[in-house]
Design a protein. Sequence first.
Length: 319
Amino acid sequence: MSLRTSIGTGLLTGVVAVTGLISQLASAEENLWVYAKGVDTRPEGSFEAKLSDTIHVGKNSGSYTFHDIRPEIEYGVTDSLTVGIEAIIFDHNYSVDDADLNPMFDTQGGAGQTYNKTQYAGYEISMKYNVLSPYKDPIGLSLGLGYENRDHYRLDGADIDQDSFVGTVFLQKDYLDDTLIFVLNTKFEFERRKSPGVLEEEIAVDIAAGVSYRIAPQWFVGMEFRHQSDYLNPQEDGEFDPTLDRSSFDLTDFRLGSQHQRGNYMGPTVHYADKTWWATAGILWQVAGGGSPHSFSTDDRNWDEHEKRQIGLSFGYEF
């Protein structure tokens, strides 16, 4: 082999290695979907700023739009451990007609009234630890923990005092040289919520699954499924409903209560990534739902806690 060929081969190898490193940095912890996430954690010492807006649109009565806005910063403590903190901003604009569609109808002030308010709603701190890599192991696995504090209720914007502890299992499997990606997230939220005269201990289950395929350099298109349900028996003025089982997550008294509501969503997503930034959009429609007789559910859909569709927009910048 000539010296010129040797040098050329060495330069090509170096370019490929650097390009691979840049690609890895740019793709770490990318959000290819609205709710589902991959197992990637941030490289050690790196930061990422994110801004997401999940827009909940449409009940079966009147008009309803709710923006769940989350500015977030993440930091890679090690290559396997990422920590993050985010603010929670709620923007509600609704006017529902059905007097049974609560808590929205009561919060807006009754028939013909409108609730329109933007407010700081709380914060969340989180950590994510990568156990298995989808690029080296048969399957990727990460574990997440989080704590969330809220001052306002996501459904209607009313004042509350809520503490939530969140645990998430992230699974990922890649095919075709990492161009076809499957993920499954299972999240459990343990919520204690207080409002005037009401105490709720709730266990919520949130399952998100996604598939995404790289159709061209930097572009992914995919599909996403989401299931969300909660289990509780609210304590009102010190009394429980005797027809319902209550949830509890005390160390000496752990129990799963009656299911109040459930909603299933499905829809397409699209993702674009550059070297230092990325953007994702998606829309999910409620395809099935329901709940207990205490929920507001009709036509195989739930309406007191779910919407006709949820639109997700997110942007990330790495530095």
